[in-house]
Design a protein around this ligand. Structure first.
Ligand SMILES: *Cc1c(COP(=O)(O)O)cnc(C)c1O
Ligand SMILES: [Zn+2]
Length: 412
């Protein structure tokens, strides 16, 4: 059962009933879900969770879905991997990978936000759902809408990776490619939301949708033995994930489920689309929009909706933001693959490369624990890495051919 009370404007504090509202009517700021923490504290103990199934709904009291979830029931509770070989390569003592590259059902953390959004869509009585997307959200909405029996419209920039296009269409969704960047796609989507009574997960369902990201934070804390990490590196597109992980740690501390301790938040972007990291470096919450030019397409939002809040989260925590080039992103993907056997997409390459940079610069203390949030799967962005992994030669099916080629090459 959810302990959701209402929605509240992040700027003016005006409250709204829990309905499909995109933003505050007074100041257009985002709306935040507010829960009855006092009642939850009295009703539920942390150890009650231990017996529940290993998926994101074990934290259902802190999510905005009223009844039993009917969509995305198996999503979440991905592994937290103790990454000893990566730690060694980075020169750090204690590194963990939160591996949402294997999230159910479409191999990215977006499965979490969509699971929440589509259950709310059902509650509100929408029979048609949709989204604007940089790729992973499209995959997640298309898959879970198919499983939930919704009609689906999905809007993406035309230059998206082929894997993400096919990985949307296969579920039978109506996919609309827009000749423009994500920010233009998103503006069109907001207009569509005004004219059609549809549940657009990142428009009129956004304040519920974004709450799904908190489950990354709850899981990390639980998997660390009910403890928040000292440092966490999070990739940023719109900036929601990093702010919601911070909200999650704050809620757990408020409930007394983890010791209140300071976690430093480090935001990661690609240099080719770095409006949030640029603002954070300058110490301002004024975001200057950018035109994206990077292989990290899943992070390519030039005008991020939660940008100012992401900057606040980072700076108030004593953390920092950094960005990395496309070449460094490819190195990051390979480093994680070769040390830990985890193949991440470009967004994960951004996270690893930023972590490496920050540890090298000693802005992340290598003696303290650090969690890297790996948000998507490498099989979805093959093109970004295929040129970097080297040629593979074909030989005749003969032992002489094998020995002269392979062993000869090894000896040489
Ligand atoms: C969407 C996305 C993000 C960033 O999420 P925001 O909440 O928009 O900052 C990170 N990684 C991947 C793979 C994504 O698809
Ligand atoms: Zn307001």
């Amino acid at each position: 059962m959810s302990y959701l009370l209402h929605l509240k404007c992040r700027e003016c504090g005006r409250t709204y009933p829990a309905e499909p509202i995109a933003a505050c009517e007074e100041c257009w700021a985002p709306l935040e879900a507010v829960y009855d923490y006092g009642k939850l504290w009295a009703d539920l103990r942390r150890d009650d969770l231990a017996a529940r199934p290993a998926n994101m709904w074990r934290y259902c009291e802190l999510l905005p879905v009223a009844g039993e979830p009917t969509v995305g029931r198996e999503t979440g509770f991905t592994p937290l991997v103790a990454a000893t070989r990566l730690a060694k390569a980075l020169g750090a003592r204690e590194v963990y990978i939160k591996n949402d590259a294997v999230n159910h059902p479409t191999l990215s953390f977006k499965d979490r936000v969509v699971a929440v959004a589509l259950n709310k869509a059902r509650e509100f009585g929408f029979d048609t759902v949709g989204c604007s997307s940089t790729g992973n959200l499209a995959n997640a909405v298309a898959a879970q809408a198919a499983a939930g029996g919704f009609k689906t419209f999905i809007f993406v920039p035309a230059d998206l990776e082929a894997e993400k296009i096919v990985g949307t269409q296969v579920f039978g969704a109506t996919l609309v490619k827009i000749d423009g960047n994500y920010d233009q796609v998103n503006r069109l989507c907001a207009e569509i939301a005004q004219r059609h009574s549809w549940g657009l997960v990142n428009v009129n369902l956004r304040s519920y949708y974004a709450e799904g990201s908190k489950t990354v934070g709850y899981e990390i804390a639980e998997q660390l033995g009910w403890q928040a990490p000292r440092n966490i590196v999070v990739p940023m597109a719109g900036g929601a994930l990093i702010t919601k992980i911070a909200k999650a740690f704050g809620e757990l501390a408020q409930l007394g489920w983890v010791r209140a301790q300071r976690t430093r938040f480090f935001g990661a972007q690609a240099s080719g689309c770095s409006p949030i990291s640029t603002a954070a470096k300058q110490g301002t919450t004024e975001i200057q929009p950018q035109k994206p030019r990077t292989i990290a397409k899943s992070l390519a939002i030039g005008n991020p909706a939660d940008g100012p809040y992401a900057v606040k989260t980072i700076l108030n925590s004593g953390g920092a933001a950094e960005d990395v080039t496309d070449a460094e992103i490819v190195e990051g993907i390979r480093l994680l693959a070769e040390t830990e056997g985890i193949f991440t997409e470009t967004a994960g390459g951004v996270t690893v490369a930023v972590a490496r940079k920050l540890i090298q610069q000693r802005r992340i203390n290598p003696e303290e624990s650090v969690v890297l949030v790996i948000t998507g799967n490498g099989l979805k962005t093959i093109g970004a890495i295929s040129g970097a992994v080297g040629e593979c030669v074909t030989i005749k099916p003969k032992i002489e051919a094998f020995e002269s080629y392979c062993l000869g090459a090894a000896a040489a």
